[in-house]
Design a protein around this ligand. Structure first.
Ligand code: SF4
Length: 585
């Protein structure tokens, strides 16, 4: 087979026969999201949303269900509404489920809610007493109370944008952010950095200079996962010179990661890199797994990976490929297509094809599944529910059995997004297919930062790093850092692993020595690297929304990302860090 896979194109698998199974998965997931939103709001979330208003405590319950009415219409296809609500059978909540189903708008829902309690016997539960209290505030005038509730609800401005509009807004912001890259202010900033003294001016470059380097052939992905950090991506480079990128990356590291969305269409560049970079011994590539249409296509890609390794000259250091495949409850989410059929965004079956294929190509090609942390990670549920269980079933259908070799917890406790309780979570899993006991497959999980589309997700869906952010904001030292290792783009940009918006120049024009010197000298990226809270102060010198940034941050990485997104702010921070350093020296 020729070593060129640009011909592999992901296909949408026909899942018509799986509709019943997909319906169950879809409803289970939606019910979980719905329930978790109700729990969050009744446990104080709604009071927080309503804010500083009179009678907020008494209003919280009805507003939670007004929210629920809108949530259902915002997130769920109409035809599944009654099926979802059918599972909530508690007699005392039945009238609410009916109202959620039948009311045509907010007014009608509120009217029905008030009428229900007026028409009910006895003292009733707390919600009834709250409603009567609210009525008494409005002189027992039902219409006045309804109007007030509708006004407050509209003032909250929730669900006012469809996902389509929200994503379009985010895409615009991202486009502007990339447009700001290497703009006048960024160039001024880099000039300032260039004038600083290099702490290690004579430091030579060798293959161990960096633990790793990233290569971004292009940014792009045809998928639209809800947890994706990117909506808009820079256009494909016009005249890329991959050999130059390989040549310079080969000088600084032995460990490379190809990334940039889904790289299925850029596999030939990856193969070329394997054959071009003598010093590199680990070639990692991140794919979304959508290429694995069937076993034949899957094998073709593995074969090509192995062939690229085999084509390295025999006197070069031994190398291998680390094939990283995204695999989580969002990449594999069950969604509705435009014809109203259910399908998995990227079918589990495709990941099963990859897992089944991988052992034959080990150790030249090693497989790692990259997973996102959810409430399931806090217990054995990770194996019995969700996407891992679906993978085990899919492999089981073809006669394979998974054996778990070991699991490893996260280095610190985290908060379960569903229960709000702190606990240990399963971060890493080592497993094998029983048929290939010597071939380990690794699954590692990480959190989802609230950038891009992920900013529109609900609180209960993924694990957040609020606690870690609080530690950082209190000035406490944490083990994590902001990764400032370098990513080299085919379009010339050099950015950071944790910040594709911070650019250290154009490697084609500036040359590697200048870029590496900037990496050593740049006070901004070193402040970021250690989450220096001084940056908050500097940000607040020219922007007034630091509180908003803190309140909407999902963790320290996202927070520090968010306060450095504008070139004007980056320039200001750099100037101030330089002047502070001069003052202290
Ligand atoms: S999360 Fe991965 S597969 Fe999904 S849209 Fe983003 S890059 Fe594509």
């Amino acid at each position: 087979m020729a070593s060129n896979s640009s011909t592999i194109s992901p296909l949408i698998l026909d899942q018509k026969e799986d509709q019943e199974l997909l319906r169950q998965i879809y409803l289970t997931n939606m019910r979980q999201r719905f329930k978790s939103e109700i729990n969050r709001l009744t446990k104080g979330g709604m009071q927080k949303l309503i804010g500083n208003k009179p009678y907020v405590k008494e209003m919280s319950f009805i507003f939670t269900y007004i929210y629920a009415w809108h949530w259902l219409r915002h997130n769920l296809n109409d035809r599944y509404r009654d099926q979802l609500l059918d599972a909530f059978k508690a007699p005392e909540r039945r009238f609410l489920m009916q109202l959620l189903l039948k009311s045509k708008n907010t007014n009608e829902f509120i009217d029905g809610y008030i009428d229900h309690w007026i028409g009910s016997d006895g003292d009733g539960p707390k919600q009834k007493r709250e409603l009567f209290f609210l009525l008494s505030v409005f002189e027992n005038n039902k219409q006045k109370l309804t109007e007030e509730l509708v006004n407050i609800w509209e003032g909250l401005n929730l669900f006012s944008r469809t996902y389509k509009i929200a994503y379009a807004d985010i895409a615009r912001e991202e486009k502007d952010r990339y447009g700001d890259m290497l703009s006048e202010k960024d160039l001024e900033r880099l000039d300032l950095v260039d004038q600083l003294q290099d702490p290690k001016p004579n430091s030579g470059i060798d293959k161990s200079s960096f633990e790793k380097a990233g290569i971004i052939p292009a940014m792009g992905c045809p998928q639209t996962c809800r947890h994706c950090m990117f909506v808009w991506r820079p256009l494909k480079p016009k005249d890329p010179e991959p050999e130059k990128v390989f040549n310079l990356v080969n000088k600084i590291t032995t460990n490379v990661l190809f990334t940039g969305g889904d790289l299925t269409k850029h596999m030939s560049s990856f193969y070329e890199s394997i054959k071009a970079m003598r010093n590199v011994t680990t070639f990692a590539i991140l794919l979304n797994g959508d290429f694995a249409n069937d076993m034949q296509t899957t094998q073709k890609l593995f074969y090509e990976l192995e062939a690229a390794i085999d084509q390295r000259p025999s006197d070069w250091p031994e190398a291998n490929v680390l094939l990283q495949i995204s695999f989580d409850d969002f990449h594999q989410e069950v969604i509705l297509d435009k014809n109203g059929n259910l399908r998995e965004r990227i079918p589990v079956k495709k990941v099963a094809n990859i897992v089944e294929c991988a052992p034959t190509y080990y150790p030249k090609v090693q497989l790692a599944l990259l997973h996102k942390q959810t409430s399931l990670n806090f217990s054995m549920d990770i194996f019995n529910k969700g996407v891992f269980a679906r993978l085990a079933n899919s492999l089981g259908d073809r006669g394979h059995q998974i054996k778990i070799l070991s699991t490893a917890p996260s280095s610190r406790e985290k908060v379960n997004p569903l229960t709000g309780e702190k606990g240990s979570l399963i971060k890493d899993i080592h497993f094998v297919l029983v048929k290939y006991p010597e071939v380990p497959i690794f699954l590692t999980s990480s959190t989802v930062d609230s950038y891009g589309r992920a900013a529109e997700m609900e609180e209960g869906e993924v694990v957040k790093e609020y606690e870690l952010l609080n530690e950082v904001l209190k000035g406490k030292a944490i083990k994590e850092n902001f990764d400032i290792d370098l990513m080299f783009w085919f379009n010339g940009w050099v950015t950071l692993f944790n910040a594709v918006h911070i650019c250290l120049g154009d490697h084609y024009k500036d040359g590697i020595n200048k870029i590496l010197s900037r990496q050593r000298k740049d006070p901004l990226i070193h402040a970021l690297n250690k989450f220096d809270i001084k940056l908050m102060e500097l940000y607040s010198e020219i922007r007034s929304d630091i509180e908003e940034k803190i309140n909407s941050a999902s963790g320290p990485h996202q927070f520090f990302h968010s306060i450095t997104e504008e070139s004007e702010v980056r320039l200001h921070m750099t100037k101030r860090l330089i002047s502070l350093r001069e003052k202290n020296s």
